[in-house]
Design a protein around this ligand. Structure first.
Ligand SMILES: Cc1cc2nc3c(=O)[nH]c(=O)nc-3n(C[C@H](O)[C@H](O)[C@H](O)COP(=O)(O)OP(=O)(O)OC[C@H]3O[C@@H](n4cnc5c(N)ncnc54)[C@H](O)[C@@H]3O)c2cc1C
Length: 380
């Protein structure tokens, strides 16, 4: 990891939110961060689609937390305080909060995306990003933030242009997105409609067609210049996110909201924590650090996923009524993502039952030769 030339030199694999946050942390501490990114620019895994940075897993605002970790809040984000949701029968609920429920961001290369905003912050701080530089090994250690290594959930959808007003819409229905959800996000004349599936992946086109038709009927969705996109997410509660001097951050570690796949915030936080551990020349402190900050929410989200996957349409309808009874949807979400006695008790069962499709335990080393790792160059 260190080639001491004034400050520490930290090599990082992957210029996603986790890798860029790690690099910023290193640069701000006076070290030299070098990111190896296989693609020609940041955000290459994404397609200009709209995503949300969740703001409900802590009382404090996510942008304040990121600021405290050295990431400036000018990330081309748009706060959303409300959304319209539909239950499986089409019944409509409006959920609101007095504070942002989430911050909408666009993902991908190019101006106006979260990825580019982070890249600009990192480069201004002195981070070196080597593009078109796939990295197969980190012989002297460093941080691996190369994104998902298995498809535990997939999202398939369209990005498009629209004249519609900004808005966020969601639907829970087994016929649109088995064990997942479908969503429509519109901001500044751009839109994203998608089905996020946690099951039955091979019929994804049918679910996407149904999703588009649903939003067309219920919201008057009209897409101009639609472009298809898709992607995968990987959920795993790792025993450790370290292999010797190599620390894993973001989805490379399996860090992901197991319930609904909100991985941006967790990714950035884990990147910062990994960088701090290396800067302190104490890589072994990383496992303690991420468990302390992220362990609770990761475990709770796994229990939530276990319960959610068993609900079916009747359960979704009940769930949505219960959120609707709360005056503030953010409070409801905060409560359900917080550890409780019942969730602590259910965790061992959920951990056994919610299995990642990731390969064998050795599938964590960059040079791993399992089927997923060998095939991922064409899928990541
Ligand atoms: C369609 C879709 C919608 C999503 N919506 C949301 C949402 O609304 N909210 C949310 O919070 N999360 C969402 N997520 C999840 C979120 O986008 C990810 O959790 C997050 O991007 C993970 O960040 P990361 O830095 O760990 O990995 P990534 O963003 O995947 O970045 C990894 C980077 O590493 C590079 N790389 C990989 N291997 C190598 C290598 N060997 N050498 C060099 N470079 C390498 C890749 O090219 C990539 O640029 C969504 C995911 C998808 C697919």
């Amino acid at each position: 990891m260190s080639e001491a030339s004034g400050g520490q030199v930290v090599h990082i694999v992957g210029a996603g939110p986790a890798g860029l946050a790690a690099a910023l942390t290193v640069a701000q501490a006076g070290g030299k961060a070098i990111i190896h990114e296989q693609r020609p620019d940041v955000g290459g895994r994404f397609h200009g689609d709209l995503q949300g940075v969740e703001n409900w897993t802590t009382n404090a605002d996510v942008l304040e937390e990121l600021s405290a970790m050295g990431i400036r809040p000018d990330l081309d984000t748009q706060p959303f305080y409300e959304g319209t949701f539909f239950d499986p029968s089409g019944r409509e609920y409006d959920y609101r909060s007095s504070e942002p429920l989430f911050y909408l961001v666009r993902r991908g290369p190019g101006l106006g995306t979260l990825d580019t905003a982070l890249k600009h912050q990192a480069q201004a701080a002195g981070v070196e990003i080597r593009f078109r530089a796939p990295c197969a090994r980190l012989p002297e250690g460093g941080i691996v933030a190369g994104g998902p290594r298995a498809a535990d959930a997939i999202a398939i959808g369209f990005t498009f242009e629209t004249d519609r007003a900004d808005g966020a819409f969601g639907v829970l229905s087994e016929s649109l997105a088995p064990k997942g959800y479908a969503y429509l996000l519109i901001c500044g004349g751009r839109g994203t409609v998608a089905a996020c599936l946690f099951d039955d992946f091979h019929r994804e086109r049918m679910y996407l067609d149904r999703t588009v038709e649903f939003f067309r009927r219920r919201t008057g969705l009209v897409m101009r210049n639609p472009v298809r996109f898709g992607g995968a997410g990987n959920v795993l509660m790792p025993k450790t996110a370290r292999q010797g001097g190599i620390l894993f951050a973001g989805e490379a570690a399996g860090f992901q909201d197991a319930l609904w796949g909100f991985g941006i915030r967790i990714g950035m936080l884990s990147g910062c924590l990994a960088a701090r551990a290396l800067l302190a020349r104490c890589p072994e402190s990383y496992d303690r650090a991420w468990r302390q900050r992220l362990g609770g929410v990761l475990r709770t989200s796994l229990v939530n996923r276990y319960a959610f996957a068993r609900m079916g349409d009747r359960g979704y309808a009940k769930l949505m009524r219960s959120i609707g009874r709360m005056r503030d949807a953010r409070r409801w979400l905060f409560h359900h993502y917080s550890p409780s006695v019942s969730k602590v008790l259910l965790y061992p069962l959920a951990r056994c039952r919610v299995r990642s499709r990731r390969g064998p335990p050795a599938c964590g080393v960059l040079s791993c030769d399992c089927t997923w790792c060998r095939s991922r160059h064409s899928t990541s």
